[in-house]
Ligand binder design. Structure first.
Ligand code: ZN
Length: 501
């Protein structure tokens, strides 16, 4: 009865398998591969990505999609079948808009730009990166033209990471909570001496750190029979199936935070992947719905759970048992404040909950201005520093600590940054809804029980994979679209208490 649909699914699953094989090679590259393997691996990855791209963008996909769409006409919007056809039609339209020559040129330019950027950052030399950035920007504008947009070229780029949201909507969301963030951070800076994080900067044995962090994410519900954890320089989470999810972590022997909160974060991504419904396995729908929603899951487990007083009521005695000489005399209040210390860091990846979204707003303003042609790359360092000063009240002393810090632009990733901030907002909206429906969740967290929260996420978010857009999902779960009200309220309450504001 659904023969055409089955043909579509088996074609797509072959494409999926090629992509997952590429993901295995990518994971291996960052966790196991000796440096000598780099050249061969680049060629192997390029071959797989070309085959996957050709298989997906070929005429056969179009024909099978059309046949299946005809066969399923009138199928329930929420069904796997209707969702598959709907989502894959959009993927197909997007990927076939970019000519192969253009994709190859973009790959070539960004591969070269990576080295140039890394050197420029190391030498605090923006000028040496400027012409590469100019070329990347030119290509980004072309990409937007190929993809198409109505209002702003940035719309086309943004849509690749957060389907359906527009530049104007992001601007409205950001403008809606920027003043409160600037005000909160200024208020905190007057009381900065109320919190010290010295207890976190001590010697902590790496194996013991690994054991503790692994125990924590196991308690959260990350399933190690369907996943594993390895070391990587730049931590990430990847998956080859919802039954094979890989987390990576980096360890510092003199600072507790990066590995502990990093693993909580990646496990949040990983539990999302592990929770995707069985019926979507091996299909293009078997992944998170958008980067923003994905980030909402990692942020929730890292911050809303992992940086809460309730969590440490349960976890601190356990951590003390592992590090008695470092933490034996530290009380809950001191530890809780230490892990929530707000610092006006120049570096986004080191930013705390209160300052994080401002780092993103700054990048969003600069990216959209560059795309619109109102800001030239030559003027970027100055524009960066001015904005930074107006948001944070301090100016980065070097471009290495400013405009050159992120890898994204050198990799051609424009339109990506906003998803981090959207994830922060969504994390609080979803968490509030879960607690509204299950008021026992905070008390359970204080007892080291996380299954009510995880099951709620599985049922309301994880199982659906990519079936719905971010906005469809958020409306279903919370009854409204993304908003900044909950996030600001959460920050004001939490940091007001910590800093006595
Ligand atoms: Zn993340």
């Amino acid at each position: 009865m659904t023969e055409k649909y089955q043909q579509l699914v088996s074609h797509l699953s072959e494409v999926h398998n090629i992509n997952m094989a590429g993901a295995v090679l990518g994971w291996d590259q960052q966790t196991q591969m000796p440096p000598g393997g780099a050249e061969a691996r680049a060629v192997q990855l390029a071959t797989l990505s070309r085959i996957g791209h050709e298989m997906f963008t070929g005429d056969e996909t179009a024909r099978l999609l059309e046949d299946a769409a005809g066969e399923l006409d009138g199928a329930d919007y929420d069904s796997n079948e209707a969702s598959m056809v709907r989502v894959v039609q959009q993927d197909y339209a997007e990927l076939t808009k970019l000519p192969a020559d253009f994709v190859a040129e973009q790959t070539r330019v960004t591969a070269l730009a990576h080295e140039v950027w890394a050197k420029a950052r190391a030498n605090n030399d923006f000028k040496s990166f400027q012409s590469a950035l100019e070329r990347i920007l030119e290509l980004a504008r072309q990409q937007a033209d190929y993809l198409g947009y109505t209002d702003h070229p940035y719309d086309a780029l943004l849509d690749q990471y957060e389907r359906g949201i527009t530049t104007a909507q992001v601007k409205e969301i950001f403008d809606g909570h920027k003043p409160q963030l600037v005000e909160l951070i200024a208020a905190i800076s007057h009381n900065a001496d109320k919190v010290s994080d010295a207890v976190l900067h001590q010697e902590f044995d790496v194996d013991s750190q690994r054991q503790f962090a692994t125990d924590v994410v196991t308690a959260y519900g990350f399933d190690f029979t369907r996943g594993r954890q390895d070391v990587a320089v730049h931590p990430f989470c990847t998956h080859f199936s919802h039954n094979d999810v890989r987390l990576t972590t980096r360890f510092h022997n003199d600072f507790l935070n990066p590995a502990l909160f990093g693993l909580m974060h990646e496990a949040g991504h990983g539990m999302y992947e592990q929770g995707i419904g069985d019926s979507l396995e091996g299909t293009p729908l078997a992944s998170g719905t958008s980067l923003g929603v994905h980030e909402s899951q990692s942020r929730m487990w890292e911050n809303l759970v992992g940086r809460s007083r309730e969590f440490w009521t349960w976890a601190l005695p356990r951590l003390k048992a592992i590090f008695p000489s470092q933490l034996g005399n530290v009380d809950l209040d001191t530890f809780y404040k230490a892990i929530n210390k707000v610092q006006r860091s120049y570096i986004r990846v080191e930013a705390d909950e209160a300052t994080y979204n401002l780092h993103i707003m700054l990048r969003f303003e600069l990216e959209t201005a560059m795309l619109a042609g109102t800001l030239q790359p030559a003027d970027l360092p100055e524009a960066w520093n001015e904005l930074f000063e107006s948001y944070f009240g301090v100016t980065p002393p070097t471009d290495t600590l400013g405009v050159l810090q992120d890898i994204h632009w050198s990799a051609g990733l424009m339109g990506y940054f906003p998803t981090y901030a959207l994830g922060n907002l969504l994390s609080v909206q979803y968490f509030n809804k879960a607690i509204q429906q299950h008021p026992s969740i905070p008390d359970e967290i204080a007892e080291g029980k996380f299954d009510t929260l995880l099951n709620w996420l599985r049922e309301n978010i994880h199982q659906h994979g990519r079936k719905f857009t971010s906005d469809e999902l958020t409306r279903r779960v919370t009854g409204e679209s993304i908003q900044s009200r909950d996030y600001i309220q959460y920050l004001q309450t939490k940091f007001g208490e910590i800093y006595g504001l």
